[in-house]
Design a protein around this ligand. Sequence first.
Ligand code: TYD
Length: 222
Amino acid sequence: MQGRFITFEGGEGSGKSTHARLLADRLNSLNIDVVLTREPGGSAGAEIIRHILLSGIAKPLGAETEAILFAAARDDHMRATIRPALAAGKWVICDRFIDSTRVYQGALGNVDAKLIRSLERVTVGDDMPDLTFILDVPATVGLARATRRRGKAATDRFEAESIEFHQELRKAYVAIVESEPKRCIIIDGRAPREVVADRIWTTVEQRLHPGLERLAAETAAP
Ligand code: TYD
């Protein structure tokens, strides 16, 4: 059986990486095989491109070139990591995916939506995520969390953008959920961690795998 494909999206400090990991752990505890991965990166070739993108050296080439580089990384990631895992029946959980390109390069970088869609067709094709969580926190909250976490380390290419940038980013994510409500769901990332994790779990249970709760109960039984 083909596995399930879940992506996590959100701005800086929204908690998406934490919740991607928590969901992977919970699925693992039910003996479901999970590949936890991230973008840009997640395969050898894509990690090289990640380095180029996050260092900021590609920034002078413009948002369109950056979108093409993210797509090149995604293509390698799909071929080397995601498709083989799904074909083997594993669940794939990916921290950031196509919606990051739509939002960062598309809505905020003004890259033509047609180009973004063409890149999606070439890289992802029919292997779209089954479910996408968009973790939503106000820009000020997210940036404060990201700053605390970073400590003295330098900001990366995208973290260095302004508060207005992050507010726009949030709006663009909301627009995606409105246009694709079947695939996407917004989760309020300000709630306590356990509450957010439970909402995510309930959504997976309802949308992807009715019966997960039963499996959980059986696994927990002595
Ligand atoms: P990363 O260090 O993975 O941080 P986080 O996901 O916790 O924010 O940085 C990835 C950065 O790349 C992030 O600022 C968003 C950006 N990005 C894009 O601009 N377009 C994309 O398609 C992807 C996948 C990421």
